[in-house]
Design a protein around this ligand. Structure first.
Ligand code: SF4
Length: 472
């Protein structure tokens, strides 16, 4: 069964997406002729065999976040594939499906376009979808839809949504046993990945912390760890067969993984460099810093989120500015002289003083450590399923004003002025609209993929929350 597996970003980004690699591997093991497609450099030719998209009868996308939706739609549209399921059915066009991290949060944002959406972890549901697609390959499309709708972790919009409302209760897969017979690492490594040639290993899913803006605690299920022995065995096996220059440990917060010291020691002994997908400052210890520096790393990325302690604590990140400076000084003493800091603006309860606190924190880090700083500043986007889902997006005008203030203030740091990377205001507004996109809005996008999503108003958000409440 020819199956086009699309990642709605450049090859380098898709090659660094572990979930996408899992699906590719799973389909191949199931005997499916899956080939990978990326938004660039060659959008309509597979990265595997240069096969043209028109040869594929099934197309699915792995959508990690809202920004992937318009990319997916425009890609399908430019390939001449109708975006509405009934139009594809009428013309014998490919079946279109989706899955990925966005399906844990708001699968309805893709519901106007897809024939099916796999919800959550998705491994068994994917096997079921493969069976349905095989057995219904020459059946009418409605027969396929009805069969797919026999699984409660697969949303089939043409069957499950009537008059804009879900007609059955569904489930999001959130309990995959990470120690079961499932993939746990990259299935390909390439220099062309955003992380370079790195073996990605997933240590943990879910997060037991409760940062109020984050989708992890409520949407991705309870915290699950992969056992040390399973990882160690897989690692030894791969290292015996391939050259592995670097291992990337994929986890919401590396410091929460209980076997981290044993694992980093073992990787160290094999002479392999280590990188962490995410480092929470309060869990960053000397051993982790030594591990990074020992592998030749001279830079580190951390997320204080705000310069103001009051605001940081209100987000659910309970660490002080003093602790940030202390940890970065420790990193500096191990030769790490470049730091990327993630900040959010437009947070609930934020004042002008809180914005100024960003520059004050940077100034004190530079004074204490002499490190070169790069700031990534992103507007807060309230997402469904978070503790702050009822909060508001600050809006384009306010975000621009806050950016101007930061730009002006950061220039007052005369020596080692930090570099600023500001998320586009238009992109942030679009992300907010797409985050709250329900079935009707998704249909509108399918009819006009270049038109953009409508602004999310309070009534629309309430309706969406009600519908999402039917997906446990
Ligand atoms: S921001 Fe990090 S620590 Fe906080 S809930 Fe999300 S994943 Fe967990």
């Amino acid at each position: 069964m020819p199956w086009a597996l699309f990642y709605p970003a450049d090859y380098s980004v898709g090659a660094a997406a572990l979930g996408f690699q899992y699906i590719f591997e799973r389909l191949r093991l199931a005997g499916v002729a899956a080939e990978r497609f990326f938004a660039s450099p060659l959008p309509y030719r597979s990265a595997d065999a240069d096969t043209m998209l028109e040869r594929f009868s099934v197309i699915t996308a792995t959508v990690a976040y809202e920004g992937g939706i318009p990319v997916f739609l425009e890609w399908l549209d430019s390939a001449g594939i109708p975006l509405l399921p009934e139009e594809r059915a009428a013309g014998s066009f490919p079946v279109v499906g989706a899955g990925g991290a966005l399906s844990y949060i708001n699968p309805l944002s893709l519901s106007g376009v897809c024939d099916f959406i796999i919800l959550g972890d998705g491994m068994e549901a994917l096997d079921y979808a493969v069976e349905c697609l095989r057995s219904c390959s020459s059946a009418p499309r409605r027969r396929l839809w009805e069969k797919l709708a026999g699984h409660d972790e697969i949303l089939v919009p043409p069957v499950d949504i009537k008059d804009g409302k879900l007609t059955r209760n569904l489930k999001t897969g959130r309990s995959l046993d990470l120690n079961g017979d499932y993939p746990l690492h990259s299935v390909w490594m390439t220099e062309r990945s955003a992380f370079g040639k790195t073996l990605l290993i997933e240590l943990q899913r879910g997060c037991a912390r409760s940062c109020r803006y984050c989708t992890l605690p409520r949407c991705f299920g309870k915290m699950r760890f992969r056992g040390f022995d399973i990882i160690e065995n897989a690692l030894s096996d791969i290292c015996g067969r391939f050259e592995v220059p670097q291992v990337g440990l994929v986890t919401p917060e590396a410091g929460d993984y209980p076997f981290l010291p044993r694992l980093t020691e073992s990787i160290d002994r094999k002479g392999i460099a280590v990188s962490f997908a995410s480092l929470r400052l309060d869990r960053l210890d000397e051993k982790m810093i030594e591990t990074l520096a020992g592998g030749g790393r001279r830079s580190i990325t951390v997320a204080p989120e705000t310069g103001s302690e009051r605001l940081r604590f209100s987000c659910g990140k309970n660490f002080t500015n003093e602790l940030i400076t202390e940890k970065l000084s420790l990193a500096r003493s191990h030769g790490i002289d470049r730091v990327k800091l993630y900040f959010m603006i437009g947070l609930p309860g934020e004042t002008d003083e809180d914005i100024s606190a960003i520059t004050a924190l940077c100034r004190s880090v530079i004074c204490e450590t002499g490190q070169s700083l790069t700031l990534s500043v992103n507007p807060f986007i309230p997402k469904p399923g978070t503790a702050w889902e009822n909060e508001f997006f600050a809006g384009k005008h306010a975000v621009r004003q806050k950016y101007e203030k930061i730009k002006k203030e950061i220039r007052t740091i005369a020596k080692k002025t930090p570099q600023l990377r500001l998320t586009g205001v238009k992109e942030a507004q679009e992300e907010f609209s797409l985050a709250w996109c329900g079935f009707e809005e998704s249909r509108k996008l399918a009819r006009d993929p270049h038109g953009g999503a409508a602004d999310a108003d309070a009534a629309g958000r309430e309706m969406l929350k009600e519908e999402l409440g039917r997906i446990a």
